[in-house]
Design a protein around this ligand. Structure first.
Ligand code: MG
Length: 253
């Protein structure tokens, strides 16, 4: 009993001297130093040579070959899209393709090109799209001198958000989307707590600025209802047009 009392008082003395050292250290800090955060150093990521190149922590989803490493058809078999000259091209009628991996929050870099031979108008000219978590489409369309409904043109969150500007290059030119995505958060009963958020930069120009998605993007009545889901794949759309893709990489956030 006497021994444990001794131990108790000894610990009190140690704790109190430690706190007085810490207090002294704090007292010695200037006001500006007290607002500095030093704990847990920020991780280093090595950038690529250019803004197109893959940063050191990114996953390459398509680097010019080996499509089957990261993509499947929606049914799960090998995708039937064409790979040639380091790019991937939609083969009309073969269906959408999806990533094998599932993702939550991410930064996604995608380069895409609509056909140089202009065919069709409005929504039938160079249509494809990138479905984030398989549900929320960032539209791809040839909108260089091609009018369509505003909330369905390139850079739109399909039928939900019109792009801030039309930043399209011409048919046959490579274009770039840099997409920043925050997945929805759900409460324990499966109701959504925060909506998904999307930011899109097209060819270096901001076209969507942290917009709150209302639900899955659909052709007819938009579904303003976000149902519970977890990490999910990225889907590229076969809309019957031979859109090409290259240099697709993603950074999980
Ligand atoms: Mg589309």
């Amino acid at each position: 009993m006497l021994l444990s009392m001794k131990k108790f008082f000894l610990s009190l003395i140690i704790i109190s001297s430690l706190s007085s050292v810490q207090a002294q250290e704090k007292k010695d800090l200037s006001l500006s130093e007290m607002t500095e955060i030093w704990d847990t150093e920020v991780p280093v990521v090595t950038p690529g040579q250019t803004l197109m190149d893959v940063p050191s922590d990114a996953i390459v989803l398509f680097g010019g070959e080996n499509l089957n490493d990261e993509w499947t058809s929606l049914e799960g078999g090998p995708p039937d899209w064409k790979v040639a000259d380091s790019c991937l091209t939609v083969v009309s009628g073969t269906g959408n393709i999806k990533t094998i991996r599932n993702f939550n929050d991410f930064q996604l870099h995608v380069e895409w090109r609509t056909p140089s031979e202009v065919v069709g108008e409005s929504q039938t000219r160079g249509n494809s799209g990138i479905f984030l978590q398989g549900l929320y489409e960032v539209q791809i369309l040839d909108n260089f001198n091609n009018r369509t409904y505003n909330n369905g043109q390139a850079g739109s969150i399909y039928k939900q958000y019109t792009p801030l500007v039309n930043a399209c290059k011409g048919p046959g030119e490579w274009q770039v989307y840099d997409i920043f995505y925050t997945a929805p958060r759900f409460t324990s009963d499966g109701k959504y707590f925060t909506q998904p958020y999307i930011t899109v930069i097209q060819n270096g120009i901001l076209v969507q600025n942290h917009v709150a998605v209302r639900g899955p993007t659909t052709y007819e009545l938009p579904e303003y209802n976000i149902k519970f889901h977890g990490a999910a794949p990225i889907i590229l759309q076969d809309h019957g047009c031979p859109i090409s893709y290259r240099n697709i990489w993603i950074r999980e956030l």
